[in-house]
Design a binder for this molecule. Sequence first.
Ligand SMILES: CC(C)(COP(=O)(O)OP(=O)(O)OC[C@H]1O[C@@H](n2cnc3c(N)ncnc32)[C@H](O)[C@@H]1OP(=O)(O)O)[C@@H](O)C(=O)NCCC(=O)NCCS
Length: 323
Amino acid sequence: MDLYKDLIRKSRKKKKTIIFPESGDSRVISAVKRILKEKTAEVILIDNGKNSDVTIPDCRELLVIDNNFSSQFAEDYHRIRSAKKKEQKKEQSLKEISDPLTFSCMLLRNNFADGLIAGSVYSTSEVLRNAISIIGTSKNNKTVSSFFLFTFPAGHVHGKKIIAYADCGVVPDPDAEQMSDIALSTAENFRKITGIQPRVAFLSFSTKGSAESGSLDKIIEAVRITKKRAPKMIIDGELQFDAAFVPEVAERKNPNGKIKGDANVFIFPDLNSGNIAYKITERIGGASATGPVLQGLSKPVMDLSRGCSAEDIFNMSLIISNI
Ligand SMILES: CC(C)(COP(=O)(O)OP(=O)(O)OC[C@H]1O[C@@H](n2cnc3c(N)ncnc32)[C@H](O)[C@@H]1OP(=O)(O)O)[C@@H](O)C(=O)NCCC(=O)NCCS
C-alpha cells in the first residue's frame, strides 16, 4: 500500500476544511496550491493585512483579520484568558486575538473549520499554548502529545512497513497515566491513518523484568493501566526495542508475549528517548518521517517544524484530514 496515495484518495472524499494562519510563508502557499489542485481539502488562509498580495484561485476564503471580525470572538476569548490569567485586561485580549494563530484557534473553536496547521513560522510552544488553552483537550484523553509516522523507501529492508513512535515532541517526562493517554491516542490515530491494527509496545531497557530499576516502575504501571482501559487492544511491555521489533529476539526474550516482534506502535518512556529515537530512525535508518502529529486536543491542530518543506505541509494536511 502506498500510504500517501491512499490518504489523498480518502482526503478527497472527506473534503475537510483546514485553516492556515501563516499565509506570509511561501512554503505554506505552495502547499495550499497543491491541496487545491489535488482537491484534497478546502482551505481558509488567514491574512493579518500585511500580505495583501496573496491571491490563490479556488481558495475557499482568504480571511483578513480586521477588528470587526475578531470582535465577534473577543468576549469568549477574554473569558478564556481571564480564567487563566486573572489580571488580563480587555485591551490585551483584543490585541492578542488579532494575532493570526490565536484568531485561527478561535475560528476552529467556533467550528469554522475541521483543523488547523501552523508552525512553519510560530514556535512549537506558541502553537501548543494557543491550542491547549483555546481548543482544549479531548474528552477521554487529557494529555496533549505527539507521534511520528514512518514509512520506508522502495527497496528498503523494511519495505512496506509503517510504524509510529510517541511521544517525540511534547511531554518531557510523562507519568504512567500520561503514558497511557499517549499510547491510546497514538494507537487510535495509527489505525485511522493506516487502516492497520495497532500493536502497541511500551519500550524500555528491560524486557519483562530482565533488569531492575526504579525508572521501570512508571512503564510497568502504564502497561497495566492501558491494558485495563483497552482490554481488546494488543499491548505489551515493558520491552526492549529488539524484543518488540525482531521476531527471533521476541521468541527468546518474550516467548509468551502478545507482541512477537511485530509491534507497529512504540511508546517511549520520555521525550529524550522518543526524540532521539525518531531522529536516528530517520537519519541512520533511512525512514521517511511525518510529524510531529499532535493529538489529545478536542479538534486537530498540527504543529510543523520550522524547517519543514512544502511537501511536509501537504502531507500534514493529508494526516489532519484522516484523524
Ligand atoms: C506544552 C508546553 C508548551 C506547555 O508549557 P507551559 O505553558 O509552560 O506549561 P504549564 O505547565 O505552565 O501549563 C499550562 C497549562 O497547559 C496545560 N498543559 C501543559 N502541557 C500539557 C499537555 N501536554 N497536555 C495537556 N495539557 C497541558 C497545563 O495543565 C496547564 O493547564 P492549566 O492552566 O489549566 O493549569 C510545553 O510543555 C512545551 O513547550 N512542550 C514542547 C516541548 C518542546 O520543546 N518540544 C519541541 C521538540 S522536542
